[in-house]
Write a protein of this length. Structure first.
Length: 369
């Protein structure tokens, strides 16, 4: 089966689509839970599936360092390794090289850095990153790019962008031809829209299966992020998926959908869950707060998830206060289910030509979540 994106409807800037793989269909807009080390923290695969997640993201950098690609490749890839039968996207490792590694040195060939685990010197090039992702056997692969820290130094951003374009070319050559998988290019350029457009133009010439916006959610304001997305998406290929990397809050998601984005990932719903924060249609809930000792209501009966319906806030507060592992599991399960419910309702509103009403109804409340 050839992987393919289909644009099904548009409504006030928002797009409804599908990406078809032999492992399943991804309805867009979609949210991808982050499974950094081949696991969405605290959840089993069955629980992930019960949230109606159609795709997850795994991390090339982390899996390359531990357990190593050989152990995963021996089983035929990530799907069998972690018993997940739906599509998987792997990021290239570029962001982690920037954010986690020590003594990182970037040159034309690639990145040299010290492992954050044991300090061992590691080298990753565009070719290495694609080779790792092929061995992981993911369905969507990402080009290797440099992701600089947030800065308004335009010369620094331009140099980084040009390097990422050259690396994108090399990534595409290493990927070759594979109709069952997709390779996404990454549009860099910081908050400089002229650089973003220049980068996108170069990537369109290379011709990728999808395009992502990288280098955002690294320190800029939400308004700056939205401005960048709004400026760039009209120039993106209408018939290929658009992915905003590493974003974000519920308000970020529907704000970016309004500006033409199809795909999202973020650690927010899982990381905050481990700290006792739950997302609901009525706002955020800090379940560590003592007021929930007397609240016997479930988290959110609007969401079809056992964690949302079967356990009281009183009980979850107790689990958190006792540092019980079950607290992380239940709140993470609920949060991912909330994000998927948000995406489902967003898709339904686009399908029915009512996205603008949906956006006006929920954006101002979600932006504070």
């Amino acid at each position: 089966m050839t992987s393919k994106f289909s644009l099904l409807n548009e409504d006030n800037g928002a797009r409804l689509g599908q990406i078809k793989f032999k492992r399943g269909i991804i309805d867009t807009p979609t949210f991808m839970p982050v499974g950094t080390a081949a696991t969405v923290k605290a959840l089993t695969v069955d629980q992930i599936n019960q949230t109606n997640s159609q795709i997850i993201l795994c991390n090339t950098y982390h899996l390359y360092l531990r357990p190593g690609t050989e152990r995963i490749e021996r089983l035929g890839g990530l799907h069998k390794f972690m018993n997940f039968n739906k599509p998987i996207l792997t990021d290239s490792g570029g962001f982690q090289v920037m954010s986690l590694s020590k003594n990182t040195k970037i040159n034309e060939d690639g990145a040299i850095f010290n492992s954050h685990i044991d300090g061992k010197k590691i080298f990753i090039s565009p070719e290495t990153s694609i080779d790792i992702q092929k061995k992981l056997n993911s369905d969507i692969l990402m080009v290797f790019d440099e992701c600089p820290e947030y800065t308004k130094d335009k010369y620094r951003i331009r140099d980084s962008m040009n390097l990422s374009i050259r690396w994108a070319n090399r990534s595409k050559k290493e990927f070759g031809l594979n109709s069952e998988k997709m390779l996404f290019g990454i549009v860099q350029g910081g908050v400089f829209n002229d650089l973003r457009k220049e980068c996108l133009s170069e990537l369109l010439d290379i011709n990728f299966d999808g395009y992502s916006l990288g280098g955002l959610a690294v320190g800029e304001s939400q308004d700056e992020m939205f401005e960048t997305v709004e400026e760039i998406t009209p120039f993106m290929d209408k018939n290929k998926p658009r992915y905003l990397m590493g974003t974000g809050t519920p308000g970020d998601l529907i704000g970016a959908v309004k500006r033409g984005i199809d795909m999202f990932d973020c650690v927010l719903p899982t990381r905050t869950a481990r700290n006792g924060l739950a997302f609901t249609w009525n706002g955020k809930i800090n379940l560590r707060n003592s007021k929930y000792t007397n609240d016997d209501s479930p988290l959110d009966t609007n969401i079809n998830c056992p964690a949302s319906n079967l356990y009281s806030r009183n009980y979850l507060n107790h689990l958190l206060n006792c540092n019980e592992i079950l607290a992380s599991t239940l709140i993470t399960w609920h949060n991912i289910a909330f994000y998927q419910d948000l995406m489902f309702k967003t898709r339904e509103s686009i399908k029915n030509g009512k996205f603008n009403e949906f956006y006006k109804q929920y954006f101002l409340s979600l932006i504070h979540i």
